[in-house]
Design a protein around this ligand. Structure first.
Ligand code: HEC
Length: 157
């Protein structure tokens, strides 16, 4: 009797964790493992080296084109010059589309939204990421061209 009671309590605690909290736990662990070494755990980046994404990516995610860009970027990476918070950086973000599943890429993007403190953004889904996978993969430079167009039209702050 005394041996199985604690196990039962432990199991009921796991079952009680709400779905949304589990989803963010996945996002936290993916982000901390695959993104934070550059963008930092809080998403603030390092000026001149890695762009701040907390408080910026949520604004990009408000438009359909911005959402497509974010999904494309995490799949194919990006290389080229960008100006963020008034400082220019010429960086390379690695493609993560062959390392991470669509589900985990969506979870990482959703974690960036959490870091931005914005809960109004519609959550990214695996299907939304999957829709941006191309038959012919984009290069990191192609993604940079996509970003330049969005920056000039004001989608990217
Ligand atoms: C090796 C470092 C590195 C890793 C790992 C990395 N990034 Fe990046 N990220 C960058 C760099 C550098 C840029 C800017 C690229 C450029 O200059 O073209 C960037 C750009 C971005 C941008 C776009 C910012 C903008 O202003 O358009 C977002 C959003 C982003 N990363 C999110 C992520 C997420 C989410 C992950 C993990 C799944 C990740 N990054 C992993 C280095 C990294």
């Amino acid at each position: 009797m005394r041996r199985w009671v604690p196990a039962w309590i432990a199991l009921s605690c796991i079952a009680a964790v709400p779905e949304t909290s589990r989803a963010d736990d996945a996002g936290t662990s993916v982000f901390n493992t695959y993104c934070a070494m550059c963008h930092q755990v809080n998403g603030q980046g390092i000026p001149g080296q890695f762009p701040r994404i907390a408080g910026r990516a949520d604004k990009i995610a408000l438009s359909a084109k911005g959402r497509q860009y974010l999904c494309t970027l995490v799949i194919y990476g990006m290389a080229g010059s960008v100006t963020v918070d008034g400082s220019q950086l010429i960086g390379v973000m690695p493609p993560l589309g062959s390392t991470l599943t669509d589900q985990n890429l969506a979870a990482a993007l959703n974690h960036v939204m959490q870091l931005s403190g914005d809960t109004k953004v519609r959550p990214f889904t695996a299907d939304e990421v999957k829709a941006e996978r191309r038959a012919t993969p984009l290069s990191a430079t192609d993604v940079h061209t996509m970003r330049a167009q969005l920056a000039s039209s004001g989608v990217i702050p």
